[in-house]
Design a binder for this molecule. Structure first.
Ligand SMILES: Nc1ncnc2c1ncn2[C@@H]1O[C@H](COP(=O)(O)OP(=O)(O)OP(=O)(O)O)[C@@H](O)[C@H]1O
Length: 307
């Protein structure tokens, strides 16, 4: 069926001891789309991806990858699925390009190794053993190994973590190309610009559940679409300022002297703000009204506490 999803997760639960780290998660990823899974540390993203890869067995719910259960159809899925694990998951004692060539030989119609080596810049460290590679080099090699077999669906767990900007761009280009070739790409990331740039569909996970999903545009549209940032003396009375702004707005001093106003920002908000500053003889060095970003939406959804 052309419309059936490449990945369908329904009511997934995964427990460690009596703690459900994935707790009733539903997710669909489609061919020819990049689906980005965002979530704070420990939200359950990697565990979910590992259930899709057949590396973990769900306690409840179902996972279907290309219509098959990864827990029981590993052999059928292996040639059709690409996997890039968070820790690389590569053998460490072999040379980088020997390893890639070895992986390529396991597939019927692998990508051109020269082209893949060139576009991910693997040549400069091709003869180095995997254990001696830098973090970013290892990531690039792991990505090459994930896509060399022309998979129909590819799981990329934080693909550009630790990469320099040049490598990140190369990775993003490759992901776009995979999408255009009709591959279903599921990636996890902490980089909001990565999700904004690449994702057709964003899924925000917190405490093992989906708390929001949609296109980047839809997620931004569903939120109050303006932000107000202020730079002034540190230690202003944020509660008093919030009362003066009214309309249920809140004010936080995230960094000393930098304040963020959260809520629906209107022209009246700006007037009230400058009035309050004048009343308190406070000269702001900068007032910025901007569009909300995916990071603003993410923090609204998942809170500002460290995990
Ligand atoms: N083998 C395990 N045994 C016990 N707890 C585990 C195990 N693997 C993961 N966990 C716990 O499950 C929770 C979810 O971990 P997971 O790696 O899925 O989160 P994540 O969303 O990928 O986080 P990050 O963004 O930090 O990569 C964490 O609290 C983690 O400590």
């Amino acid at each position: 069926m052309p419309d059936s999803p490449a990945l369908e997760i329904t009511g997934l639960v995964k427990r460690y001891g009596d703690r459900a780290v994935v707790d009733g998660l539903d997710l669909v990823a489609r061919a020819g789309q990049v689906t980005a899974v965002l979530g704070p540390n420990g939200a359950g993203k990697t565990t979910t991806v590992e259930c899709c890869e057949g590396l973990r067995t769900p306690d409840e719910g179902s996972v279907r990858v290309l219509g098959l259960d990864p827990a029981t159809s590993a052999r059928d899925l292996r040639p059709r699925v690409g996997v890039m694990l968070q820790d690389g998951g590569l053998p460490t004692g072999v040379r980088a390009l020997d390893m890639l060539a070895h992986v390529a030989r396991m597939y019927a119609s692998p990508r051109d190794l020269g082209e893949l080596t060139e576009r991910l810049g693997l040549g400069s460290f091709g003869r180095t053993t995997v254990r001696r590679l830098s973090g970013g080099q290892r990531q690039r090699l792991a990505l090459a190994a994930a896509v060399v077999g022309r998979p129909e669906i590819v799981f990329l767990d934080e693909p550009s973590a630790g990469m320099d900007p040049q490598s990140r761009r190369a990775v993003w280009d490759l992901v776009r190309e995979l999408r255009d070739e009709g591959v279903a790409v599921l990636l996890t990331t902490h980089l909001m610009d990565e999700a904004e740039d690449l994702a057709d569909h964003v899924v925000v996970v917190d405490h093992g559940r989906v708390v929001a999903q949609g296109s980047v545009g839809a997620l931004l549209a569903a939120a109050d679409d303006r932000t107000l940032q202020l730079q002034a003396s540190p230690g202003l009375d944020t509660a008093a300022l919030a009362r003066a702004l009214g309309d249920g707005l809140t004010v936080d001093e995230h960094v000393a002297g930098t304040y963020a106003v959260t809520g629906t920002v209107t022209p009246r908000t700006l007037a009230a703000l400058t009035g309050w500053l004048a009343e308190h003889d406070e000269l702001a060095t900068r007032i910025t009204v901007g569009r909300r970003t995916l990071e603003d939406v993410f923090l609204d959804l998942t809170g500002r506490d460290l995990r």
